[in-house]
Design a binder for this molecule. Sequence first.
Ligand SMILES: Cc1cc2nc3c(=O)[nH]c(=O)nc-3n(C[C@H](O)[C@H](O)[C@H](O)COP(=O)(O)OP(=O)(O)OC[C@H]3O[C@@H](n4cnc5c(N)ncnc54)[C@H](O)[C@@H]3O)c2cc1C
Ligand code: FES
Length: 280
Amino acid sequence: MLAESKHTSLYVPFECEIVAVTDLTPGEKLFRVRRTDGAELGHLPGQFVQVSLLGWGEAPISVASSPTRDGTFELGVRRAGSLTGAMHLMKAGDRLGIRGPFGTSFDLPRLHNQDLLLISGGCGLAPLRSLIQYCEDRPDEFGNISILYGAKNPEHTLFKDDLAAWEASARFACSLTVDSSSGEGCYNGNVGLITSLIPPLTFVPDHTIAVIVGPPPMYQAVIAELKKKGLPSDRISVSLERQMRCGVGKCGHCTIEHLYCCQDGPVFWLNQVEHLRGAL
Ligand SMILES: Cc1cc2nc3c(=O)[nH]c(=O)nc-3n(C[C@H](O)[C@H](O)[C@H](O)COP(=O)(O)OP(=O)(O)OC[C@H]3O[C@@H](n4cnc5c(N)ncnc54)[C@H](O)[C@@H]3O)c2cc1C
Ligand code: FES
């Protein structure tokens, strides 16, 4: 009976309160959230939660903050459709439902003591931010850390304050780019695809791990550049997005051949998935 109620609880959202809402870009907001029962979320970097709103359903959203930070957690949310549109109308004090955390995390034991290339595009910086904060809070556990980020244009660059702080920090080497810039405003950084940031990098492949999170078109091109520099598939970690419903390996909405993206992923080693049809 106890086992049954524990099992059922995977499907029952717990209540959370929005503590703060910040605009990241015209289409993306950051929600700081806390459980109303005072418990920690208990996530690891790379995991996601199912956010629910009465009348709007559920959507998987990655946790954008590190478990090493205080008792709240953060969700960076792009306004993409009905639930995320409704979320964008919410304010501090409003309540939402959360299930999770679900899925695999970045493989922290394997990242330990390695040099890291943390590569993201667009919204992919949200889950990677959780790992970057984790590395900031446990600086002795990792080698050199390079952050590579690409956005569509300066206006759509996420987490601008964090990026500025990471650029200023001696702990990180940051390379940022935008696909295009109108020249308006004060942007005077790199213009070009994120792949253009990889050739100038110097790293030792046997001591380096790349973690990639971004929109689907980014993966093949970034992986090809990393492989040109000698990084093997078992040193490249990818986080894949699929349509999800249950989040717990029951409904089959998220399959990549025999794998369930919600449980076996979203974080995979490239050698687990590169041979699977449609994975990347
Ligand atoms: C593991 C994982 C992690 C994720 N992490 C994040 C994250 O950190 N941040 C984030 O912002 N997103 C994240 N996503 C994506 C996010 O889950 C989706 O954007 C979200 O599910 C959209 O939900 P929605 O109800 O707002 O959109 P929906 O209403 O379901 O719409 C989704 C898409 O369908 C289109 N659509 C909807 N209705 C119609 C229609 N009638 N006709 C044509 N097109 C239509 C919309 O335009 C939109 O493009 C993640 C996804 C996964 C799988
Ligand atoms: S979302 Fe239901 S099985 Fe993965």
